[in-house]
Design a protein around this ligand. Structure first.
Ligand code: PFF
Length: 448
């Protein structure tokens, strides 16, 4: 893509787009967030619900976002405006942009810690995750570092920046994960972990499990805030929206499922509890590395590749907010990028301090969680789900059926035969299912 503020570029190739979209989707959400969320929500039963959410809700919403983006060639706010001019729908786009900024802020905290773990591994530093993250002299500079790294890549534009990185490094991550899984499942006690992760106990499913699974599906697929609208806006009419969406969702899910296979067997070996929370992966992985010849090098490489996976995700978060400022506010791309980054850094500081550095931020009064946990719950779960309800309704009821079908059919001949299924899901199933989950969540919240 050109970095000029007025011209909109396109992906240089089909595979370029797929890898970039997969790069947005695959990140800390799969390897850090998925295992601990599954661990906190009953393991296999959560996995089962998660897979259902991806298939029946995530995939249709992905197709909706990509087609809205490609049709309008706009950022999320401009996209709603282009299809339904001067309507309150632009507020949904705006909500997405704000959600993107909020996620970027706290996401960079964990991404920074991942970078820090590269150095921690090579220097044989054995500090625990909680001690490590309680140190503001660690978390804040690492947050800053990650924000700046993201800016540097985004400034290069889509083609030079995002595509080039994604093409080389994502496949490497996959290979390294396979190696680590082989070690993990052959550890003593691995079978207990595997049955926790793969043998569902449906009595463990509660209302909370549903929102966690749904929120995780949106977070992991980068849905509900317009990231896929923005990425879709750089797609060409020749590209196949449906197969691209399936491909991205498949790989994203594959990596998450693999992350579970990596963590759960080792977890029982390491004696860490499945509900250990955000520190889970950081506590368990070093145990696997220690069991491998050349473990230090493998560990450092893993955290390096995980940092890159996080970077291809933060790039997309920054890109959403930047595209909005460039398209709607006509701010120069370079200025917009630095401005958003500065806001994200400042907004990220309270999260960076909420791992024990500042007591009240670490245990917020009334909400009973840390500032970081609260941001992740509010923006990473609830707001993405709310955004997805509206995107489904917009696609299903506001955008004319013939228009959406014609749009998707370009590049995907034969789509019209499937259109009724996708339309049914987006008109009825997705909005109703998500709304019910959100309703019960709030009922629980108010009751409890
Ligand atoms: N999907 C990313 C992950 O799993 O790490 C996080 C993310 C990126 C969420 C972009 C939302 C988004 F728009």
């Amino acid at each position: 893509m050109s970095s000029s503020p007025t011209e909109r570029g396109e992906w240089s190739s089909k595979i370029g787009f797929i890898l970039a979209a997969a790069g947005s989707a695959i990140g800390l959400g799969n390897i850090w967030r998925f295992p601990y969320t599954a661990g906190e929500n009953g393991g296999a039963a959560f996995l089962f619900l998660y897979l259902l959410c991806i298939l029946f809700i995530g995939l249709p919403v992905m197709i909706a976002e990509l087609s809205i983006g490609r049709r309008t060639r706009k950022d999320p706010v401009g996209a709603f405006d282009a299809i339904k001019p001067k309507s309150p729908w632009r507020l949904i786009g705006f909500m997405g942009v704000f959600t993107g900024l909020a996620i970027l802020a706290y996401y960079c905290v964990i991404a920074g810690v991942t970078v820090g773990y590269i150095a921690k591994t090579v220097s044989y530093n054995t500090t625990s995750f909680s001690e490590y993250t309680a140190n503001p002299l660690m978390t804040i500079p690492l947050l800053l570092l990650f924000v700046v790294l993201t800016v540097l890549v985004v400034q290069g534009g889509v083609r030079n920046g995002i595509e080039r990185w994604a093409k080389i490094l994502m496949p490497l991550l996959l290979i390294l994960m396979v190696v680590l899984i082989i070690r993990s499942v052959t550890l003593e006690g691995a079978s207990r972990g595997l049955s926790f992760y793969l043998k569902p106990d449906f009595s463990k499913i509660t209302g909370k499990t549903f929102l966690a699974a749904l929120g995780q599906a949106f977070f992991s697929l980068s849905l509900g805030m317009g990231a896929m609208i923005t990425y879709g806006s750089y797609l060409s009419k020749k590209d196949n929206i449906v197969t691209s969406g399936i491909f991205v969702s498949f790989f994203d899910t594959l990596i998450a499922v693999m992350a579970g296979l990596l963590i759960f067997p080792a977890l029982f070996f390491a004696g860490v509890s499945p509900d250990a929370g955000p520190g889970l992966v950081f506590e368990v992985l070093p145990v696997i590395f220690a069991k491998l010849p050349g473990g230090t090098l493998i560990g450092a490489s893993f955290f390096l590749l995980l940092s890159v996976a996080a970077l291809t995700s933060t790039i997309s978060l920054l890109e959403v907010v930047t595209a909005y400022l460039v398209d709607e506010k006509h701010i120069l791309r370079k200025r917009a990028v630095w401005f958003v980054a500065a806001v994200a850094f400042l907004f990220g500081i309270p999260s960076a301090l909420s791992f024990g550095a500042v007591e009240w931020l670490s245990d917020l009064p009334l909400v009973g969680m840390s500032f970081f946990g609260f941001m992740d719950w509010l923006f990473g779960n609830v707001m993405l789900a709310v955004g997805a309800v509206f995107i489904s309704i917009f696609f299903g009821w506001v955008w004319k059926r013939v228009k959406s079908t014609t749009e998707i059919e370009e590049g995907c001949p034969g789509y019209s035969a499937w259109a009724p299924v996708i339309l049914f899901l987006l008109r009825f199933f997705c909005p109703i299912a998500i709304a019910i989950v959100l309703f019960f969540k709030f009922k629980d919240l108010i009751a409890g």
